[in-house]
Design a protein around this ligand. Structure first.
Ligand code: FE2
Ligand code: FE2
Length: 217
């Protein structure tokens, strides 16, 4: 029989992987839809590549769960929070609001992704060093998505394609939705010995200044 502590650790790994896989699948679906409505060919190309990378990330987390926690089936504790975020992103995309959806995915959700990946870096290096290069690759790709989205959104704000009213609505909604997502993951992330507040601080720090200003306006 698996000792209690060991089984608990496996459950934490499996549940974390389940959340991350679902988050990556959402990012994949949204980036693919963004690529379909982007007018600039360069942006459409980047978003198409991003969509493929997010699908790859989802496969990585699914494989990691099979490798590290075989025979443990875990429910995704953030299913409801992810569904609410997906619904807001879809309403932006249905309305053709590319830049508002970029604020949601590449700026807000990717800021949380970076916070989680940064915290997990030490855990991976300590417990599964063989996966460190893969962690590094994912972290670099996510950083590129975030940098691209932040740059494009800032340009859209500057030239008025993203109006102050839409920016305010998007930053408020996505700040709240991504915050709820983090809350939903708090218990499972706590299993790695890192308190929820550390992720929240990293998330806040990863947001561009204009996001925080608009969200609190
Ligand atoms: Fe990703
Ligand atoms: Fe990403």
């Amino acid at each position: 029989m698996i000792p209690y502590v060991h089984r608990r650790t496996l459950e934490v790994v499996a549940r974390t992987a389940a959340v991350l896989e679902a988050g990556e699948l959402l990012a994949h679906r949204v980036a693919a839809r963004q690529a379909g409505i982007a007018c600039e060919p360069k942006a459409a190309r980047f978003l198409g590549v991003q969509a493929r990378q997010e699908a790859f990330h989802a496969r990585v987390f699914a494989s990691a769960a099979r490798l590290l926690a075989p025979k443990v089936t875990a429910a995704n504790p953030a299913e409801r929070a992810l569904a609410a975020l997906a619904s807001r992103l879809d309403s932006d995309l249905d309305a053709g609001e590319l830049w508002s959806s970029v604020v949601g995915l590449q700026v807000a959700l990717e800021a949380l992704g970076q916070a989680v990946l940064d915290e997990l870096e030490g855990v991976v290096a300590r417990h599964v060093p063989a996966l460190a290069p893969l962690h590094g690759l994912l972290a670099r790709q996510e950083a590129a998505h975030r940098a691209f989205g932040t740059r494009c959104a800032a340009r859209a704000i500057e030239c008025g394609e993203l109006t102050p009213a839409r920016l305010r609505g998007a930053t408020r909604d996505y700040d709240a939705l991504v915050g709820e997502l983090l809350m939903a993951c708090a218990e499972v992330l706590d299993g790695f010995g890192v308190p929820y507040e550390r992720y929240a601080e990293r998330f806040e720090a990863a947001l561009p200044r204009w996001f925080r200003v608009a969200a609190s306006a």
